[in-house]
Design a binder for this molecule. Sequence first.
Ligand code: BGC
Length: 733
Amino acid sequence: MFRRPCFALALCAFTLALFPGPAPARGRCGTHPWCNTSLSPDARARLLLAAMTPQERIDYLGGDEVTGVAGGEHKHTGTQNGVPRLGVPTIYYTDGPLGPRQGPITGMPSPMADAATWSPAVARTYGRVAGEEAAHKGDDVIFGPTVNLMRTPLWGRTYETFGEDPFLVSNTAVAWIDGVQSTGVLANIKHFAENNQEGRSQCCANSEYPGRPAQGATTPPDIQGGRMNVNVNVSERTLREIELAPFEAAVRRAHVASMMCSYNLLRGTHACENNHLLLDIPRQWGFKGYILSDYLAAHDTGASLKSGLDFEPWPGFDVYGPAPINAALALGQASQTDVDRHVLRMLRTFFAHGVFDRPAFKDNTAAIPQIADRRVSEHIEEQAITLLLNRHRVLPLNARKLRSIAIIGKGAATFVTGGGSGNVTPFRFISPRQAIAARVNRGTKVLTDDGSNIARAAGVAKRAQVAVLLTPDFDTEGVDRFCLTLECPTPFGNEDGLIRAVAAANRRTIVVLETGGPDLTPWRSRVAGLLEAWYPGQEAGTAIARVLFGDTDPGGRLPVTFPNSAANEPTAGDPQRYPGVHNQVYYKEGVFIGYRWFDAHRLRPAFPFGYGLSYTTWRLGRASLRGRTVRLRVRNTGHRAGSTVVQLYLGLPSSKAVPQPPRVLRGYLKVALRPHRSALIRFRISNRDLAYWNTARNGWRIARGTYRAWVGSSSRNLRLAGTFRRRREVATR
Ligand code: BGC
């Protein structure tokens, strides 16, 4: 489905013809033997390692920047000093998944919005811009993407993730990493692994200093199941099939340069010294990059040196500083060979990604192509905005017939985004209020209200033909939300009350959610239109106005389930599942995460995974399943151009020993068509698509039994395409 075009061989031949023979290094490497680019990265790394003194190698394992983590222009989140004597360059690191957190950049929509595009092409462009802007800030490595699965929508970092489905998260991550690494910047996939919660607090989130008490509070909030101490108890099958799927895809398909081990413990051992996680599993995948620790996630020098932790970027605890490493070596807790193994992995990665063979990236914000990048940001947002309700075709608005419009709410004029290391400073902000006012015809009356006084806002809504109400929520690293309504936490006031009052005053009320992930929508039967714009980035206004007025079709589909009630979530109602008891959390839902849980328990969501409407109408023809290929025709039967996302789900044979959800996503394709045009679509089902993790055999297996294939436009709108049988169980990769 997402196969690369097969021109690689031809391209290689062409390149060789242009640049024959061993090429001398062009970059900053010099004339050392390891600068010979005709040698393999392994050979070059070995030569360089041999030239480094034991102390230089030890120094290379620990980061050298203390204050950069606070952010700001010209401040790298981390640095790794080079060895000038040998021409080893200093490596610069930056957060994070929305682009460099280092002074002003192009404010992109959140990663959750990226996932909502259901488009690897869009995700690749996002990654390319993030990579290019990181390079223009002088960075070599970017701490992203965040691919932990959204196990609970209460998670404070929900906005940073790609959602609840391993297949969608994997494809989005692979494309994003491809985009970043095409620029020469290295991606750092995080947080490895099972970092699925920040911890629950009854108190207040502090957006400036995540995890610390809010201003005025003197003691830290009482956090249960905090990310630093929580121990995740999860079965090997669940670990492999759910959380690790995107990491594995990133290693195998995108050749990701590095991974970041997480704060939490996994089955009793901290992630950053966990041999199963850092040694066994990456080895099985053929990982050739290096592993660094989250900030303060390394604890035990000897254990981490023996395990797979190669680099500690922040000298906060100083687990990998020269003094503790020398002490660990003196005590025999680790050896110089362990140190060398880590240095070698890093050097090899830097050679493989051309870091030595190019000039240093310059920290020069002025070189960022702002106009081109803002177009990308706007395009991503248009492809992400998801139309959830459109009663009596209230949308798109007809500018010619619109006499008056009320624009209400905090989201109308505020740059809405999340807190923590994914928080970035945009170059500019086009507010929805500004863009809608610019889009209406001359003569259309525009009324505005910030929604801070509910009665006043309802009065304004009453005087207009249409009311557009923009309502944000707030996700932040460091603490989870304590409930799922728009008010949890409450920086924007009583928004549910505001929606109810405005909808009662004007029956043509359109709510535009600007949320990190799923929220409760208890008022949804009272509003005419509902759009989900996610955290929309700096071009928010233009994209939202273009969708409202039908200049473009809303391109998004839900990468997460919107529940009817928080009690329906797989993690609800049992503190052992979430937030954990005495820092022990149990993933009792197994592989039944997200829509898999809702389907298995026949729970009706408010809006299902994969769902989203278009302004035009679509017909999916009868699907045929022949061999491993599903074919069908999709037609735009309406009068407008638009896009739809055709989705393929499989039902795997379920047994008591290996219970399977009713359906799992295994293919999708976004199709854009003009009116009355059709396209033939093909999905090819791979062996891995059929496989489950067999813990006893320590490998992937295809079970015997009956397999079903469905196609449709959401996880709850599907038609059976066909079934097939496997007569015996077989191993696969
Ligand atoms: C976060 C990481 C981030 C790091 C550096 C940590 O608190 O968990 O995602 O990259 O800080 O800012």
